[in-house]
Design a protein around this ligand. Structure first.
Ligand code: XUL
Ligand code: MN
Length: 345
């Protein structure tokens, strides 16, 4: 296997017990300590956190208690030799976020979302990361006429500015997704994320996270999204996984649905130097619901294996031959060159 310079990362939610909207968990819910140990054994160096992954039942605790628990978690991570890659406010569970968080029609609820996210910045600082990931789950609408996209954009800028002002070091990494749970999201693509960054008080501190499945749900090629974001130096994290067409967000193992699309993502990382400033490669993947207890970790191990194999494919890609075919505008044979390279023939 190719040796990689990449650092890998997962979140506690990626050890999911199989619950979906149609049925209960099918595997035992694992403890945080179990997940941390497993992650380490799999050769992952980083862990992603939602604010309430870091501090469970967060809304029932005082600010002081939240910070004390975050500090204790940092000690546990240090002892395990694991880095907190990012923290993300979970703005889609609370009763205050039923009609959206930063873009709710209710000003008190918008304030709740801002205050909760400021607290997430404080947790991030305690955990030693400057990345606040914003997956804006409910910032969109089910009904076009219930909100205004223009006003929502203003609400989002207000919220982002409040966070940038609250913490002078924090970087906001927007993770766009075009739909689910919303019909239409207000920041559906990487283009929207980087465009709204320019409206904030400190555009340099507003960037993005690309998730393969989310790009595919937008009808985009994730490799192109990666190169686009990297050309702005704004790709600060990455959630690799896979997705079979325009369906629910599947979070399949990396490469599972389309190996060529996965190859091009790895190649895009290599071409743009992703990871050279310490950025992590995270796998936002879930076990298939059918997965047995004893195979609980295979989706993570396999995603990493596939990544490392594709890294070798990216590094042995016949660049000269490809360049010759490109110069000759012989894309027909370029296509076959790629296929045969991937097939190993
Ligand atoms: C949702 C998703 C989230 C974010 C973190 O589709 O990908 O898990 O990555 O909030
Ligand atoms: Mn994700």
């Amino acid at each position: 296997m190719a040796k990689s310079q990449y650092r890998f990362c997962v979140g506690p939610w990626n050890f999911s017990a199989g619950q979906d909207p149609y049925g209960p968990p099918v595997r035992e819910e694992k403890s945080f300590d179990w997940k941390l140990k497993a992650l380490k054994e799999l050769g992952f160096e980083g862990m992603m956190f939602h604010d309430d992954d870091a501090v469970p039942d967060i809304d029932s605790k005082s600010a002081k208690q939240v910070l004390a628990e975050a500090r204790a978690l940092k000690r546990q991570l240090d002892d395990a030799g694991v880095v907190a890659e990012m923290v993300a406010p979970r703005l889609w569970f609370a009763p205050q976020t039923v009609d959206g968080a930063f873009t709710s029609n209710n000003p008190k609820h918008r304030q709740y979302a801002i205050d909760r996210s400021k607290q997430t910045c404080d947790i991030a600082r305690e955990l030693g990361t400057d990345i606040l990931v914003l997956w804006l789950a409910r910032e969109g609408s089910y009904l076009r006429e219930s909100k205004s996209a223009g006003q929502a954009t203003e609400h989002l800028v207000t919220a982002f500015d409040a966070l940038l002002k609250h913490d002078k070091k924090i970087r906001l990494a927007i993770e766009p997704k075009p739909n689910e749970p919303m019909d239409h999201a207000y920041l559906p693509t990487i283009g929207h994320a980087l465009a709204i960054a320019q409206q904030t008080r400190d555009p340099k501190r507003v960037g993005c996270v690309i998730e393969s499945a989310h790009s595919l749900l937008s009808g985009h090629d994730p490799a192109d999204d990666i190169e686009f974001a990297m050309s702005f130096k704004k790709l600060w994290s990455l959630h690799l996984n896979d997705q079979n067409g325009l369906k629910y967000d599947q979070d399949k193992p990396f490469g599972s649905a389309n190996l060529r699309v996965a190859f091009n993502q790895v190649r895009a990382l290599e071409r743009t130097g992703y990871g050279k400033n310490g950025e992590f490669v995270c796998f936002d993947v879930h076990p298939f619901r059918t997965t047995r207890e004893e195979h609980f970790l295979q989706h993570l191990a396999n995603s990493k294996r596939t990544f490392v194999h594709l890294l070798k494919k990216a590094r042995t890609y016949p660049e000269k031959e490809a360049a010759r075919l490109i110069a000759d505008r012989n894309y027909q044979d370029l296509d076959q060159l790629v296929l045969e390279h991937l097939m190993g023939v």
